[in-house]
Design a protein around this ligand. Structure first.
Ligand code: M6R
Length: 364
């Protein structure tokens, strides 16, 4: 039931902090991250020479974030493919490959077909899923349940953030087991992760910023989302949410790629969302804000509290509290979920049941 919420999407957005707290409960032990779900021996983990992550839609975006974390923390090369591509490609899967499928519903046909292809190649498959007893859970060798609770709205919100947190756990676990990170480092990053639910609560309390920023999209015919590094994925996820529920075209680009084509789209009034937190590439992304601003774009910036420079350059601000760089995507996306919802409502759309879409896509 929806309880006091106007729609399931609103409810599920609000449930994110508790979902993450559930997932993190009892995960750090004196021996490090507990991830029994992986069901792999130390020898098997030591033999992993590659990770393949396969998923669709929003879950694919989780895979992109997971790749960065596993590569930088566990130092294992990771490939990420949409399942519908993976299934028809010549892939480099062997019995030394760890395969991870990410699927909220556990019933996405393309993703299940990928799991079978991975098995046939001799690999072990870990399923990251939200639905207990789903096909993905039954077919995989190990299952990591993200425990987000039922997600009813077609647009995925709490499953996205919970799956990202699950990916952080996998990355920390692999890093600790193969010795790339020591216990102190792993526990420090885990403690930082435990702060994320509180940071999300702060963002939820700023929904008025998203409601205001929705005005930038009302008369628009298209929009652009920009971000760098991990947040080029945040941009992709924000654009997917907006397209899916508001039917407004949105395109996401890594911010630095914009000048290689998409900048031609910008004319006065064109809405551009820029994810520009206080991180290593902030000053580079600021130059992209200046480029679109100079061409008349209406700029909606996701920025860190206190950023005066971005405040001056932006028409609307979606502020986030300071967060560790690698956890910003989990916090910042909450604004983009709320933004998409407000734009959809303003355009008279049914936010829970967008046209042409089903909650799980059971055809290949
Ligand atoms: O259940 P899954 O995670 O396998 O679903 C994959 C996609 O169909 C899904 O994430 C879709 O992109 C969402 N509706 C986006 O909000």
């Amino acid at each position: 039931a929806m309880g006091d919420y106007p729609d399931f999407m609103a409810k599920e957005i609000a449930e994110q902090p508790e979902a993450i707290e559930r997932l993190l409960k009892d995960r750090l032990t004196p021996k490090g991250i507990r991830l029994d779900e992986l069901e792999m021996t130390d020898a098997e983990i030591a033999a992993i020479d590659r990770v393949y992550i396969v998923a669709c839609g929003t879950s694919y975006h989780v895979g992109l974030i997971a790749r960065s974390l596993i590569e930088s923390w566990a130092r294992i090369p990771v490939s990420v493919e949409p399942a519908s591509e993976f299934n028809y490609e010549d892939v480099l899967v062997s019995d030394h490959t760890l395969c991870i499928i990410i699927t909220q519903s556990g019933e996405t046909a393309d993703t299940l077909a990928s799991a079978r292809k991975m098995h046939a190649a001799g690999a072990k498959v870990l399923a990251v899923t939200n639905v207990i007893g789903s096909s993905a859970a039954r077919e995989a060798d190990g299952v990591l349940y993200v425990q987000a609770g039922p997600e009813v709205a077609v647009a995925s919100t709490k499953a996205y953030t919970a799956q990202m947190v699950a990916s952080v756990l996998v990355a920390l676990f692999l890093a600790q087991r193969n010795g790339s990170l020591g216990y102190r480092e792993v526990s420090r990053r885990f403690r930082e992760l435990e702060r994320v639910p509180g940071l999300i609560r702060e963002v939820l309390a700023r929904a008025w910023q998203d409601e205001a920023a929705a005005h930038a999209f009302i008369g628009a015919g298209s929009s652009l989302f920009l971000g760098r590094g991990l947040n080029s994925t945040t941009a992709a996820e924000g654009a997917l949410k907006l397209k899916e529920i508001s039917y407004l075209h949105a395109e996401a680009y890594p911010a630095g790629e914009m000048k290689h084509g998409p900048i031609a789209l910008i004319d006065p009034g064109f809405p551009v969302v820029v994810i520009c937190p206080d991180d290593r590439v902030r000053y580079k992304t600021i130059s992209n804000i200046q480029e679109v601003k100079a061409r008349g774009a209406v700029v909606v910036s996701v920025a860190t509290d206190g950023d005066q420079k971005i405040a001056q350059l932006s028409d609307y601000l979606l502020m986030i509290p300071p967060a560790p760089e690698y956890y910003v995507p989990i916090v910042a996306v909450v604004h983009l979920q709320m933004l998409a919802r407000y734009v959809a409502l303003a355009r008279g759309c049914d936010v829970d049941k967008p046209r042409n879409l089903a909650k799980s896509v059971t055809v290949e």
